[in-house]
Design a protein around this ligand. Structure first.
Ligand code: RIB
Length: 281
């Protein structure tokens, strides 16, 4: 008898850093959908290296890829469109990129920044440092603008010259920034993501600084490690697994429906209060 075989779609997933638990969990979400939908994901991690990222993208396009999820650290929509060129390959943008248009899965980064600042303000902190990456992709711009706007609303002045500390977006980056945070003489620090916050906590501990007694630390993401570090990390939760599920479903939809219009799916964020933040002493 004739067996009709529907072939699986092959989709490419480009993330900046697979060793970040954030992207690990995101990819799990994508795979969750893939298992049900006859879809084979190819995962690439380009380590925020522009050349590698663009190379992976062109390589994927040369094989017969059905769609792409791009969480790119370096590419603008123009670059992406240039590489995709005349090929009609649908793609979804997610997380780190420099795009203000295109079909995207978003979280409310501005709101997340506000929630983080309000939490620190509610605990009485006035001297606050921010740890942020060198290059601000659109989601970080939103996150940090929300944070700073909310400080302003609470009449808290941010000493931009000394207290905005640039560091790589990684545990090592946070760890290496510990000395600068201590030097800033702050009572609280907001790290751009949980990886940085976890590295920073270790750096502070090694320098004899107690968290949260001397410095409160606020992260961002709610990666699974947050509950396993000591003190457990206070953070802003992004629904990471749901983001992966949402991006994969949206892409499948786009592959199967020839939907041309821009679609945006927004996910909420929330404060998760744990033990790394406390009332200022
Ligand atoms: O490394 C993960 C972090 O970078 C998250 O905050 C995510 O939103 C991102 O851009």
């Amino acid at each position: 008898s004739l067996i009709l075989r529907q072939s699986s779609s092959m989709i490419g997933v480009l993330v900046p850093n697979i060793s970040s638990p954030f992207f690990g969990t995101f990819v799990e979400g994508v795979q969750h959908v893939a298992q049900h939908e006859r879809m084979i994901p190819l995962i690439f991690s380009a380590d925020r290296n522009a050349e590698l990222e663009q190379n992976y993208l062109s390589q994927m396009l040369e094989r017969s890829i059905d769609g792409l999820i791009i969480a790119s650290a370096t590419m603008t929509t123009d670059t992406i469109n240039r590489i995709i060129g005349a090929r009609d390959v649908p793609y979804i943008l997610f997380d780190q990129n420099y795009a203000q248009e295109g079909t995207r899965v978003l979280t409310d980064d501005y709101r997340g920044g506000e929630l983080a600042a309000q939490h620190l303000a509610d605990l009485g902190h006035k001297k606050i440092a921010i740890l942020e990456p060198n290059e601000l992709s659109e989601n970080f711009t939103q996150r940090l603008t929300g944070f700073q706007d909310c400080l302003r609303k609470n009449h808290i002045e941010l000493d931009v010259a000394h207290n905005v500390i640039k560091a790589p977006l990684s545990r090592r980056g946070g760890y290496d920034a510990a000395a600068a945070v201590i030097k800033a003489g702050v009572t609280a620090a907001f790290a751009g993501n949980d990886d940085m916050a976890i590295g920073l906590m270790r750096g502070l501990r090694e320098r004899g600084v107690k968290v949260p007694d001397q410095i409160s630390i606020m992260g961002y993401d709610d990666i699974y490690l947050d509950e396993y570090v000591s003190p457990q990390l206070t953070t802003i939760r992004q629904p990471i697994m749901d983001l992966g599920i949402g991006a994969a479903k949206m892409l499948l939809n786009k592959i199967h429906s020839d939907q041309e219009q821009e679609q945006i799916q927004r996910f909420p964020v929330e404060l998760v209060q744990r033990q790394s933040t406390a009332r200022v002493r």
